[in-house]
Structures are given as structure tokens and as C-alpha cells.
Design a protein around this ligand. Structure first.
Ligand code: DGL
Length: 241
């Protein structure tokens, strides 16, 4: 049976999960949606976030997806409020029981993800939660020159922990910069999703990418993150105006 899998995020961050899926579970039809028009999600109110997420989900449902991978830490942290007619696979609940062998784990994530206490729900280890609001705008805006200074300040607070979870799917895009500053183990959320999707059988591969706002930088970043030379990328307007 062929699975049509929707993958959603506020922008290019979910591509880090999609890239892993394409590499490790290639036999599926993937439809990606990045809600770049409404980004960043991490600074919205809960209601604003749910409203945006629901629109993306109903778009993907109309594309006849069988399941949706919520490749966004912020939406995953609020998954119980989101409405969907197809099963949702979030990226935070798979952390359950997988991180028991640590003394102290630091997590960097968006302000809204940190505020919801979602990580504490699934991880038993002592946690050091660090809200990092400047990172998504820096990554989406390609403002690499600012990243080291900002990261140094944030990661100063992660000192002394055994591992650092990149709790937002945008952050693996700057993993090399993070590695230069944080010397402990770095955990990304893709590996837990791969384990789940690998259980689904598929026999057909395809990929289509949609954004609610599209420009050259988004297109270039998409090619760079997915490491492909031919992609179908389209703009779709989900807002009422
Ligand atoms: N990639 C989203 C996440 O994982 C970023 C949210 C945002 O747009 O602030 O949380």
C-alpha cells in the first residue's frame, strides 16, 4: 500500500525532518507545507498558533494525505489542541522513555514550546529549558553573521548538561555552529520519527513542496537542505485575504 505523508512546519525547519525521511524512508509520497507567510510560530499566542496549524492541516487533508508528520516543535508541543481528520505524528512524544540515561538535559526551543511544558511530559530526566526566540528569524533570514554571538549567549546556559536537544526543527540547519560552542552530545528529533515512519510500508516515491510565502532565499534554502537538484516548489495562499 502506498502512503501519502504530509509534513508540516512554519517554514524551512521541517525540511530537516523531511530530509531524514527521504533518506531513510524513501518509498512514500511526501507533501511538504511550510507556512512561511505566518512564521515565526514560536512567538504567537496559543490560539494564533492553532489557527495557523489547522489551516495547514486542512490543506494537506485536501491533498489526500494518509498521515501528517508535524515537523514543528511548537505545533507538536500543542498537539492536543490541533484538529485533524488524519493521524498526526508529532516530534516530541516519541521522546518518551528514550532519554532515561542522562543526569541533566538542556533543551533549546521556541518560547511557545518552552511555555507549554511539553518536554517535561515525556522526559523523566532533569531538564534545563532554554527559550531561544532569535534563532528562527536568524535562520529564515539567512543572517549567519549574527548567529555565533546569539548562540554563545544562549548556550552559556546549557553548560554542565550531558546532552542538548534541538527542540525546534530549524536548529539542525545551524548544527555546525552549535557544535563549535556546545561540546556535549547533540540530540535532534528526526531519529525518533524515522523509527515510526519505518514501520509503514510504501512502494512509490514522490515529493511536492508548498509554501505560503515564496522567495528566492526560501527556494535556495530548500535545495540546500534537501540536497536535490530538481524539486517541485509552489506557493499556496492559506490566508483569507
Ligand atoms: N520549526 C519550528 C519549531 O520546530 C519553528 C517555529 C517558529 O516558526 O518559530 O518549533
Amino acid at each position: 500500500m502506498c502512503m501519502k505523508i504530509g509534513v508540516m512546519d512554519s517554514g524551512i525547519g521541517g525540511l530537516t525532518i523531511l530530509e531524514s525521511l527521504l533518506k531513510n524512508c524513501p518509498n512514500h509520497e511526501y507533501i511538504y507545507f511550510g507556512d512561511t507567510y505566518n512564521l515565526p510560530y514560536g512567538e504567537k499566542t496559543k490560539n494564533e498558533l492553532i489557527n495557523c496549524a489547522n489551516k495547514v492541516i486542512s490543506f494537506l487533508e485536501k491533498e489526500n494525505v494518509d498521515i501528517i508528520v508535524v515537523a514543528c516543535g511548537t505545533v507538536s508541543s500543542n498537539i492536543e489542541y490541533v484538529k485533524s481528520n488524519v493521524p498526526l505524528i508529532d516530534i516530541i512524544s516519541p521522546l518518551k522513555d528514550m532519554l532515561d540515561n542522562y543526569n541533566l538535559i538542556s533543551i533549546i526551543a521556541t518560547p511557545l514550546s518552552i511555555k507549554t511544558n511539553a518536554f517535561q511530559k515525556y522526559i523523566n530526566t532533569k531538564l534545563n529549558l532554554i527559550a531561544t526566540p532569535l534563532l528562527v528569524p536568524i535562520i529564515e533570514g539567512n543572517i549567519k553573521k549574527d548567529v555565533n554571538k546569539v548562540l554563545k549567549e544562549y548556550l552559556e546556559r546549557a553548560k554542565g548538561s550531558d546532552a542538548l536537544i534541538l527542540g525546534c526543527t530549524h536548529y539542525p540547519i545551524i548544527k555546525d555552529e552549535i557544535k563549535k560552542i556546545y561540546k556535549g552530545e547533540i540530540i535532534t528529533l528526526d531519529k525518533f520519527i524515522i523509527e515510526k515512519i519505518n514501520k509503514l510500508k510504501g512502494n512509490k516515491s514522490s515529493l511536492k513542496i508548498y509554501y505560503s510565502k515564496l522567495n528566492e532565499s526560501i527556494i535556495n534554502n530548500t535545495y540546500k537542505i534537501l540536497k536535490r537538484d530538481k524539486l517541485i516548489i509552489e506557493r499556496v495562499c492559506l490566508n483569507d485575504k
